[in-house]
Design a protein around this ligand. Structure first.
Ligand code: PLP
Ligand code: TYF
Length: 394
């Protein structure tokens, strides 16, 4: 049986995490995996999450099955958080899924049933799991131009030129906000132009919303998705609560589908539930119930939003401090783009050689492509990182 198998590739992000853990040097700096960390380098449980969890423990009376779609109150709250009032609710259906990854898997599997010969278009570069997931669902994968590492900005004209050529046989994966790995994002005006082209060409949007609230704010970060919602008849969206609620290991996400009318939405929903039933039957409830309680309770929600806002503004402060520290050492504006980026990541545009040098000589861990996790920095580490980057880039 197993003689037919050879070793599968490991996710590079997890491989780097293991390498960092094994490094014995004092003062090592982990800018690898995309997990929010505070100044002390910890990823604590948010206080609103802790309170919701305590409430669940104190009041829950059963552990019986919830149903194939999972926690319905959770999904309704997630639809509202992501889509706002951009789409009439009678066209929207949603299923709780095991993380943003689970939601992406449900949606890709569903899309394969709807349009098996479609091509999935992914930004160049993108989260390293996007292309393998689309291929595993059976799709051909292509890349659209996205990032210019020289300037740290979006190659918007090149992107538009590619989007002009799409057709109704194309599925376009868009990062809703806080692009991973680059940190470079579309402006609202750019989103409007992208959405107009999707409408004109009939290409189908798959929006991945993994960091709502980590960029410019909960509402601001939903601009692109809601522009899609206002203009486009049919699309899907995968949302994740891993980052903005800090419930990574609980696996909380939501698969959202939008049809042209209620009847179509019902058909698509029946297929989505069928996909889930044949895979894992039902999602785990605990994390989704935590999020539902927070989103439905005014006091808990206010507490969560304040915590999320503190995380968001700290990441922006780190960005400004790092850009400033590099500028003052190098006398150049080459890394100023770090302050303009949003979300947890920036792609620095360093060579693989420089990345390796920083790891070997300075115990600074970033991904091969020079993606850094901005939340992994604290004041003292910012100065050391700036020294190391400027010395290594000379
Ligand atoms: N999409 C993007 C762009 C991500 O960076 C991540 C990872 O955190 C996910 C989706 C899925 O995250 P999770 O499955 O942990 O919710
Ligand atoms: O990009 C990251 O680091 C996060 C965490 O297969 C992550 O999105 C990384 C790899 C993966 C799942 C999550």
């Amino acid at each position: 049986m197993f003689e037919t198998l050879s070793k599968a590739p490991q996710d590079k992000i997890f491989a780097l995490m293991a390498e960092y853990a094994a490094d014995k040097r004092d003062g090592k700096i982990d800018l690898g995996i995309g997990v929010y960390k505070d100044d002390a380098g910890n990823t604590p449980i948010m206080s609103a999450v802790k309170k919701a969890e305590e409430r669940i423990i104190a009041t829950a009376t059963t552990k019986t099955y919830v149903g194939v779609a999972g926690n319905k109150g959770f999904s309704a709250a997630m639809v509202k958080l992501a889509l706002g009032d951009s789409v009439p609710l009678d066209r929207v259906r949603a299923a709780q899924a095991p993380g943003g990854t689970g939601a992406l898997w449900v949606l890709l599997t569903l899309l394969k049933r709807a349009k098996p010969d479609a091509t999935v278009w992914i930004s160049d570069p993108s989260w390293p799991n996007h292309a393998p997931m689309a291929r595993q669902a059976g799709f051909a994968v292509e890349h659209y131009p996205y990032f210019d590492p020289e300037t740290g900005t979006v190659r918007f004209e090149d992107l538009l030129a590619r989007f002009e050529k799409f057709s109704k046989h194309d599925i376009v994966l868009l990062h809703g906000c806080c692009h991973n790995p680059t940190g470079a994002n579309l402006t609202p005006e750019q989103w409007d132009r992208v959405v107009a082209l999707l409408k004109k060409t009939g290409a189908f949007p798959l929006v991945d919303m993994a960091y709502q609230g980590f960029g410019d704010g909960l509402e601001e970060d939903a601009y692109g998705l809601r522009a899609v919602g206002r203009e486009i008849e049919q699309f899907v969206c995968a949302t994740s609560c891993s980052k903005n609620f800090g419930v990574y290991r609980e696996r909380v996400g939501c698969a959202i589908i939008v049809g042209k009318d209620a009847a179509q939405a019902d058909i698509v929903n029946s297929q989505m539930l069928n996909v889930i039933r044949g895979a894992y039957s039902q999602p785990p409830d605990h994390g989704a119930e935590i999020v539902r309680l927070i989103l439905e309770d005014d006091a808990l929600r206010a507490e969560w939003q304040a915590e999320l806002e503190a995380m968001r503004t700290r990441m922006i402060a780190n960005r400004k401090a790092l850009a400033e520290a590099i500028r003052s050492r190098s006398n150049s504006s080459d890394f100023d783009f770090v302050a303009e980026h949003r979300g947890m990541f920036s792609l620095l545009g360093l060579s693989a050689e420089t990345v390796n040098h920083l790891k070997a000589e300075n115990a600074v861990y970033m991904l091969d492509d020079s993606r850094i996790n901005i939340a992994g920095l604290a004041d003292d580490r910012i100065q050391r990182l700036a020294d190391a980057v400027v010395a290594a880039s000379r």
